[in-house]
Design a protein around this ligand. Structure first.
Ligand code: SAH
Length: 260
């Protein structure tokens, strides 16, 4: 059994889950309750901060798409500096700490500085967002494989350094269901990528915005129509995109309410 006692001088990288505070792990909660300082960002639910002690210091290190960004180097340096003060440091990360989100870079920075770092898994939005929309990413008949990728396209969204290139042809062929994170800023390029990769224009796509939170919204479209539909409805980050036949199951699993 893993240790639920937070040690002083250690950085705990804790997966916050996709948004619903009920989706934090029990170990994550225990560590959060003991924290002396917690570093959080806009993807972690504000309610989770209520679990911390009154004396716990809360530091917002959000990166807003197209807006203010806390430099990653500053975050890394602060985690290390605070741990060296001999206090209990929790870094709350949206979803799972190692599914993008630069948790691994924070872990490496700590290790290289000789600071102990423990990483606690979280429920990733890559799977929780489709589920919350009534879309099973894997299914006996419709999807034997799922692939998670980023939609960060070079030169879009003020990127400081390019992300690992997505080979759309290989990606589109490799799996039945595609789950795209960070795909909103470069939505046109994502559409082009899917079409150039051989996905049919009529193939269903769902966007799940602010999944598992009270702001959750689901927009279902097709590859061909997705840019127009998402624009018209004002889709913003954070959103998970799901591409594949499984999207059609939503009608039976989470039928649209007739009236609101
Ligand atoms: N580590 C996170 C992902 C970080 S990358 C995880 O495991 O979930 C940030 C991207 O995650 C966003 O651009 C969006 O695509 C997705 N995301 C995170 N939380 C989300 C939420 N509540 N609703 C929809 N998408 C979310």
């Amino acid at each position: 059994v893993s240790d639920w006692t937070a040690a002083k001088g250690v950085v705990y990288l804790v997966g916050a889950g996709p948004g619903d505070p009920g989706l934090l792990t029990r170990r994550g909660e225990a560590l959060l309750r003991q924290a002396d300082v917690v570093f959080f960002d806009r993807l972690a639910s504000p309610e989770l901060l209520d679990l911390t002690r009154a004396e716990c210091e809360r530091v917002d290190v959000s990166k807003h798409p197209g807006g203010p960004v806390t430099p990653q180097e500053w975050i890394n340096a602060e985690l290390i500096r605070r741990a060296r003060e001999g206090i209990r440091v929790v870094r709350l990360k949206g979803g799972d700490p190692f599914v993008f989100g630069r948790g691994s870079e924070e872990a490496i920075a700590c290790r290289e500085a000789g600071v102990d770092c423990e990483i606690v898994a979280g429920i990733t939005s890559a799977f929780a967002a489709p589920l919350a929309a009534g879309i099973p990413v894997l299914h006996r008949h419709l999807a034997g494989s799922v692939l998670v990728l980023h939609g960060r396209i070079e030169g879009v969204g003020g990127e400081e350094e390019p992300w690992r290139h997505v080979d759309w042809a290989a990606t589109c062929r490799a799996a039945d269901t595609l789950v795209i994170l960070m795909g909103v800023a470069a939505i046109e390029k994502v559409r082009e990528g899917l079409l150039s990769g051989g996905r049919p224009p009529g193939h269903p796509v769902a966007a799940i915005e602010w999944a598992t939170t009270p702001r959750q919204r689901v927009i279902v479209s097709t590859i061909d129509e997705m840019v127009a539909d998402f624009r018209r409805q004002g889709l913003t980050a954070p959103a998970v995109l799901v591409v594949g036949d499984v999207v059609s199951l939503r009608e039976r699993i989470a039928p649209e309410k007739k009236s609101d």
